[in-house]
Write a protein that binds this ligand. Structure first.
Ligand code: GDP
Ligand code: MG
Length: 153
């Protein structure tokens, strides 16, 4: 069964281009509830750790430099089947291959500067959300704390 939470980052290019509001609007229009939200800037060590899974890929250095180049918006989002639904909403990694009306089709500049991140599994959503948020910063729809993200799957 699928969990109800995913994690996202509005990347430095989209922040710099003034697309925070439009992207959060598209996310809300697609039926996602914001469970946690903050505006932060990663240092090099943090970006290296967050993207450690891509350490061996040729674009790792470029990715870390890009993700530390300016502030980002990080958020936890709630919707039934959140991970899969959000990956559909953002579109393919390469904006040239992203379906029309997806967030990457609308706001990405290139495969590197591709506007937005979305977790690729329930387990990674939990790991990535925990990287940025403590348990008293993620809220359920009643305004209480989410005890265990994607626990009841
Ligand atoms: P995602 O899950 O769709 O974000 O894609 P991946 O997990 O494969 O890659 C993580 C991120 O690395 C992507 O969102 C891009 O920002 C970046 N990336 C992936 N492939 C490339 C590439 O070929 N060149 C560059 N510069 N960045 C890339
Ligand atoms: Mg990925």
């Amino acid at each position: 069964m699928k969990g109800n939470y995913t994690f996202t980052i509005i990347k430095p290019c989209a922040v710099q281009s003034g697309h925070i509001g439009a992207i959060l609007g598209d996310i809300a229009d697609a039926g996602f509830r914001v469970a946690a939200l903050k505006f932060v800037r990663l240092n090099k060590k943090e970006a290296q750790e967050f993207y450690k899974i891509h350490e061996e890929r040729p674009f790792y250095g470029e990715l870390v430099d890009f993700m530390t180049s300016g502030p980002i918006v990080v958020a936890v989002l709630e919707k039934e089947g959140a991970v899969e639904g959000f990956r559909s909403l953002i579109g393919s990694t390469n904006p040239k291959e992203a379906a029309p009306d997806t967030i990457r089709a609308k706001y990405a500049e290139s495969i590197g500067r591709n506007a937005i991140h979305g977790s690729d599994s329930d387990d990674n959503a939990k790991i990535e959300a925990s990287f940025f948020f403590s348990r008293n910063e993620i809220f359920n729809s009643e305004g209480g704390f989410v005890e265990n993200l994607n626990a009841a799957q």
